[in-house]
Design a protein around this ligand. Structure first.
Ligand code: ATP
Length: 240
């Protein structure tokens, strides 16, 4: 197991005068599920953006599998195995579920026949077979999240960044979604980093955790340790 599968070293991101991340040093271990916790505005999405290459850090470095990717383009990072999903899902709403998964495959140069076959395996993996020919716009939020996972799978990720895993998903649909995420790790050997507000979900999903506040790592450890930390309880859970 690679302990520093993904590593940030003194990572700083500032937007004008706003410091969204300040000297964040963290390591994500291979094959594990790591949670990024923190209140609104803590810098969680900015951290994902900096790892995926969507924002340029003001300072510090990002390493993936030992290689310095700080200056790599988002597409190079994607090719090297980093994929992400977004807080707000962004499918092509008029296209079918199958077409949504086929688009990135065909854009990567695959024949339509091959893209169709490969898309089917991912749609099957996330349990959307019955919806494959439906337009994405009719999907529930939970189904949209699973469609996003299928699209992310099509890039053959080694590391998957999941923003707001259960955000907006109705309670009964959550277990099915979490089950797909667990299987990504178990069956596809994908290392997972999640941003998620629901502590109950995190305790059942994550191994490790980092708690951010105002752009800084305040607490790190196992998810149970972090969840139990006084500062986390006070800020994150609203404990008195
Ligand atoms: P939330 O839980 O609300 O999504 P977060 O932890 O993901 O919050 P970020 O979205 O990373 O936090 O934001 C961190 C800080 O950086 C906030 O103060 C935010 O307003 C600011 N910020 C983020 N992106 C930009 C931007 N493109 N331009 C200016 N400020 C930004």
């Amino acid at each position: 197991m690679h302990r520093n599968f993904l590593k940030t070293d003194q990572l700083t991101v500032a937007f004008g005068g706003i410091v969204a991340l300040s000297n964040v040093t963290l390591s994500i271990a291979e094959g594990r599920t790591t949670a990024i916790l923190g209140p609104n505005g803590a810098g969680k999405t900015t951290l994902f953006n900096a790892i995926a290459g969507a924002v340029r850090p003001t300072g510090g470095r990002v390493f993936f599998q030992g290689a310095d990717i700080t200056k790599a383009s988002p597409s190079r990072r994607c090719h090297s195995g980093i994929a992400r999903t977004f807080q707000i899902t962004q499918p092509f709403s008029g296209l079918s579920v199958r077409e949504n998964v086929m688009v990135p495959l065909a854009a990567g140069g695959m024949s339509m026949k091959q893209a169709r076959e490969e898309a089917s395996t991912y749609i099957d993996f996330v349990g959307l077979n019955a919806k494959a020919e439906d337009p994405a716009r009719v999907l529930s939020t939970g189904q949209r999240k699973r469609l996003e996972l299928a699209r992310a799978l099509s890039t053959h990720p080694k590391l998957l960044l999941l923003d707001e895993v259960t955000g907006g998903v109705d309670r009964p649909s959550i277990p099915e979604l979490l089950n797909v995420i667990r299987r990504l790790r178990e069956e596809r050997n994908i290392t997972i980093v999640v941003v998620e507000h629901n502590m109950e979900v995190l305790l059942g999903l994550a191994d490790d955790a980092f708690f951010l506040n105002r752009g800084e790592v305040i607490v790190e450890g196992s998810i149970a340790e972090v969840a139990d930390h006084e500062t986390v309880r006070r800020i994150y859970l609203g404990d008195a």
